[in-house]
Design a protein around this ligand. Structure first.
Ligand code: F3S
Length: 279
């Protein structure tokens, strides 16, 4: 069987940086936790737990030691609370997320109504919103919702880093009609679109597609969905153990990709497992 492995499979820059900061800090600290799971990979979170990094859900529950802030970032209030408690912060917020937070802060300080293109429930979005203080902030997932924003003299737009560019463009179109002055920061990171484009290309060339990543990872689920629209024989697995040899009947070419929070060792195990299958 021929295997086509996506070049972009696995960690993006921000996740790679956050995980290596977490492992380094685990070695150098006695008491350390992460505020929420560091990435959406249960296997990696387990490895960190073995090294003493516990996962804590709320700032209120942390009383001592160091705290790792994950790549999505946290709210300005949570950051301030950590400082007030005198806790050491290992800030692994992705620099691209930081830029979105900074732009939201800048827009609000200059009196713009802030429109954030993204998913309201996502921790990254909640973090970015928290930096836009003292002005109205609207989180809109799409153009249709943007139509509900009231007219304003000055509107400033930022986006959740993983948003599709087309979505941002459509919301910007609406905001242009609703304002006298519009300022747009394109805060989209292309890691997501690069992975999705490559996954689609591969799915078109193969008889079966494997997408590796946490079942709780939104970007992996999205990759699996996009691939299955092109190749119905698409399987989403978290690890090599889940792979069933019966899936591969009549398969000549297998495509493999992985979400931005999938560790390299899991990708290697899947490739080994597929390579070892007898046809
Ligand atoms: Fe950062 Fe982009 Fe990854 S914003 S965490 S490099 S998807």
């Amino acid at each position: 069987m021929k295997i086509i492995l996506a070049k972009s499979a696995g960690f993006c820059f921000g996740v790679k940086r956050a995980t290596s900061m977490a492992f380094d800090s685990a070695d150098s600290h006695e008491r350390i936790c992460s505020l929420g799971p560091i990435i959406h990979s249960p296997q990696l979170v387990e490895k960190l737990e073995e090294k003493g990094v516990s996962v804590v859900g709320r700032v209120e529950d942390i009383h001592e030691g160091a705290v790792i802030v994950r790549s999505h970032g946290i709210t300005a209030d949570e950051m301030a609370d950590l400082a007030t408690k005198g806790l050491e912060v290992v800030d692994a917020t992705c620099p691209f997320v930081k830029i979105a937070q900074d732009h939201a802060a800048l827009l609000s300080s200059e009196g713009y109504v802030v429109v954030l293109v993204g998913e309201e429930e996502h921790p990254e979005v909640q973090g970015i919103v928290s930096y836009a203080a003292g002005v109205d902030v609207y989180v809109v997932p799409d153009q249709a919702k943007a139509e509900g924003i009231p007219r304003s003299k000055k509107i400033g737009v930022v986006a959740q880093t993983t948003q599709p560019f087309e979505n941002l463009r459509q919301v910007v179109d609406v905001c242009l009609r609703k304002s006298k002055e519009l300022r747009v920061f394109n805060t989209i990171c292309d890691a997501t679109s690069v992975r999705q484009g490559e996954a689609r290309d591969i799915a078109r060339q193969v008889d079966l597609m494997l997408v590796i990543g946490g079942f709780n990872s939104a970007n992996t689920n999205r990759l699996a969905q996009l691939c299955s629209e092109i190749q119905p024989r698409t399987y989403h697995v978290e690890t090599a153990i889940e792979i069933d040899s019966a899936w591969f009947d009549g398969v000549q070419t297998v495509g493999i990709t992985a979400g931005a929070s999938t560790p390299q060792w899991i990708i290697d195990e899947v490739v080994d497992r597929v390579s070892g299958l007898k046809k």
